[in-house]
Design a protein around this ligand. Sequence first.
Ligand code: ATP
Ligand code: MG
Length: 622
Amino acid sequence: MTKHAAPRQAAASPTPAQATGARGAPVAPASNFLRAIIAEDNRSGKYGGRVVTRFPPEPNGYLHYGHAKSIILNFGLAAENGGRCHLRFDDTNPVKEDVEFEDSIAESVRWLGFDWGPHRYHASDYYDRLCTFAEWFIGAGLAYVDSQTAEEVRASRGTLTAPGTASPYRDRPVAENLDLFRRMRAGEFPDGAHVLRLRIDMASPNVNMRDPAIYRIRHASHHRTGSKWCIYPLYDYTHCISDALEHITHSICTLEFQDHRPLYDWVIEKLADGGQLARPLPQQYEFARLNLSYVVLSKRRLIQLVANRHVDGWDDPRMPTLVGARRRGFTPEGFRLFAERIGVSKADSWIDMSILEDCMREDLNARAQRRIAVLDPLKLVIDNFPADHAEDCLAPNHPQQPEQGRRVLPLTRELWIERDDYAEVPPKGYFRLSPGAEVRLRYGYVIRCTGADKDADGNVVAVHCTYDPSTRSGTPGAEARKVKGNVHWLSSGNAIEAEVRLYDRLFAVPFPGARNPWGQRDGDPEGAAPARAEVVAGDLVEEADAAEPVERDYLDDLNADSKRTIRAYVEPALAAAAAEDRFQFERHGYFVADLKDHGPGRPVFNRTVTLKDSWSRRASGT
Ligand code: ATP
Ligand code: MG
C-alpha cells in the first residue's frame, strides 16, 4: 500500500482531466488499466466481444460518494464498450438488509444517469443454486461440515506467518457431510452449531484459502426469501458464483478483495471443471477505492452521524451520501467529471475535497442560470431617484450563453445590498461602498455614496447615495466612467424573502479522527481494512470490529459552521423555481431549490458550493 499523498499533492496527482474540453465538449476519455484490459480482451476475443460488469451493493445502507466512483466505473466501462452493467443486490446477510435501502440504492444509480435495463438481480436469487453447488462441493470431497465452535475455528486458523491447523472434522466422510449439511438446511441445529467449509489448504500463505466457511446457520428471516432459509451463504462463495451465473466478464472491485481473488478463482474454476459452470469465467480486477478528505465514507461512521443527530438524516446536504449530494445540488455530470478526473489506479491515495467541489463548480457554471440574492441585507437609498419610479434593468441569465435571454430587475429608489458592501472606514483595497466612493450597481448605474444612517447603538441601518443618470449599463458612453466596485442589489419593493441554508464542509479538517488531522494520514486509509465478511471464522465479524485503528475521535473534527440558516432576499422570479432547480447567486455561489422543503410560497435554497475555494488557503495556513 502506498503512502498517502498530502491533500494538496493529491489534488495534482492522478489522471489528468479529460472528460470535457474547454467549452464542455466531450473529448476522448483517458485510458486506464481497466480500459486497457477490456480493449485487449475485445481484441483477443476472450469473451467474444462481450463486456458485462456489475455493481454489487449490499442493501444495508445508503450509497456514498465512494460508491459513485464504482458505479460510474462499472456502468461507464460497459457503456463505452457496448456492453451492459447489472445492478446486483448482494443480500447475503439477512439481519442487516432492507428493501428501504434497495429502493434508495436503485434510485441513486438512476440519478447518476445509469440504467441496468432488465438486469436487476439479487444474490438471494441464487440461493437454490448456491446450495446445489455446495452439495456438489461436498460430493467432490471439496467441502465439509465443521462442528467446531467459532472460537475454535478462529484459533485454528493460524496467522499471517504460521499455518492453520486442520479441524478434527476435516476428513468426515462425504455421506456424513451431506447428511449434516441437509439437516443444517432443514433447521435441525441452532445458530453456530456447524459451518460448511471448503476443503482447500490449511497451510496456504493466503489466509482466505484456509478452508473458508461458505455456509452458516442463521435462524433469521430474510427480506426477500422470508423464512425459507436458515442457512446463508457467505460473501466470497456467493459473489464469484453470482458473477459466473450472470456471465459477468469483468468483475471490478476495490483493493481489499485482492487477497480474495485466489478464492474467487478457485471456486468457479472447480465448478467449471466439474461441468457445473460454463466458461469463459469472469475475471476479478481490483482498483483503489475513493478516499476523500473532509468527509468520512465508512458506513459505520455515516450511521453514527445520523443516529447521533450530528446531521439531519441520511439526505442531509452535508452527508457524503448520494441522496445528500442530490439535496446539496451536486450534479450527476459533476460526479462523472470527477470520476474521470481522478481516474482509477491500483494504489491507494487520498483525493482532496476541492477536486470534487471544483468539478461541481465547473458543471454548474455551464448549466446554472444567474440570479440575484442578498444574503445579509442592508438598505440603500438613492436620494436623487424618483420615489415612485421603477426602471427596468436587464440582467443576462447566463453571461456566456446569450441565447438563454435576459430578465428584468426593477431598479427603485430603495434597494437591498449586502451589508459587507458598505464600510464606513474602508480597509485597504476595499472597492465597494464607503462615504465618497463610487461603485456600479450591477446592470444599472454608477452611484456615489453620500453617507449612512445609524441607530442609537451606532449600527448602520441605511446607506445613502446619488446616481448618475448618464451611466446606465449598456447605453452609449456608460462604460466610460471607470469604477472598481460592482455591487449587486434588489429592489426592496419586490424582492421576496427566502430561507437560505449555507452549507459547508461537514468536517473542519482533511482527515477526521487522524492523529495529525491536517497532514499525512497514519495507518490504513479508512475502510481499506478487512472486507466485510470474516469467512474463515464461520460467522460474520462486523465491519466495526475489523475497522481501522481509532486515532482520535473523528466527531471532534466536525465543522461547527457546516450549516447556517438565514433569511435572505431573492429575485421574485425565484418564487417560481421548481424543487431541484439550480442557480448561481451572483457573487455568492451555486444554490439549489431544496428537494424536500422548497415549494410555492416557501422558497428554500441550499448552497451547493461557493464560487471560489476558501479552504485551500486554510489548509496551507496562508
Ligand atoms: P463501506 O465500506 O462504506 O461499508 P461497502 O463496501 O460495504 O461500503 P458495498 O455495498 O459492499 O459497500 O459496496 C458496493 C460496491 O461499491 C463494492 O463493489 C465496493 O467495492 C464499492 N465501493 C464501496 N466503497 C467504495 C469507495 N470508497 N470507492 C470506490 N468503490 C467503493
Ligand atoms: Mg465492503
